[in-house]
Ligand binder design. Sequence first.
Ligand code: IPD
Ligand code: CA
Length: 262
Amino acid sequence: MMELLDYLGTAEQAAERGVEVIRAGLGRERSISGKGDRDFATDVDYAVEDAVRAFLDRETPEIPLLGEERGRSGDADSPYEWVLDPIDGTINFAHGSPLFGVSLALMRNGMPVVGVVFAPMSEERFSAALGHGAALNKQALRAFGPSDLSEAVVAMGDFSVGVDADKRNLRRLASLQRLVPKVQRIRMLGTAALDMCWLAAGRVDAVIHERINLWDVAAGTVICREAGVLVTDLDGVDYGDGALSVLAAGPDLHRALLTELA
Ligand code: IPD
Ligand code: CA
């Protein structure tokens, strides 16, 4: 059985394959396929997923994989699972914004234990393995955020699109209404994976996603936790497979936000 640090090395090599595909595609015209109301993927999203899948199928054939664009494959009974977002921040990528990244996590019994998020445009490689710390370009990360809401920069997820978007956005609007008068600033970066990494790096102080998919935040969850950040859902339950939302912040700020949003 491989150790977590071995898996981290494998994850880093796999994500690097994805970065190579993105670099090769930069500046080329992109074909875009619609996935639903204002939701789409580019040909690069698929190409990145295929490259990372091919690498992981070769290196760890015993571990199943869940990818945003191609779904689930492999042994459904394994306690491990790779979880991949080939491009987190697809809308940013398609608009020429540099805020996007390849996000790859390894889950063990439903909890993320290894995470890498590579942001090709800034050449930033965030990584972590449970019990082994978090790093940005191999430099250790430790988040020291404020405790008070008034000093906090809070990153929030996108507004919903698709079925029932209006209903779901009422809750986001209510959260904003509560937080805007109290926090220092609100940010909406458009990439949940980098929201989490930026929190681990102290560039924002909290992350709130009212509704989020596992592939968007699984890697960022390990990176945050290893940097000393508390990651739960909006009910305060430890974030893991099956959670629908994310609230991440240092312990004091987390408590204040949980109370504010209750
Ligand atoms: C999206 C981003 C965004 C979040 C959305 C996600 P995608 O992921 O992470 O920040 O608010 O909920 O769908 O579609 O760019 O992979
Ligand atoms: Ca994506």
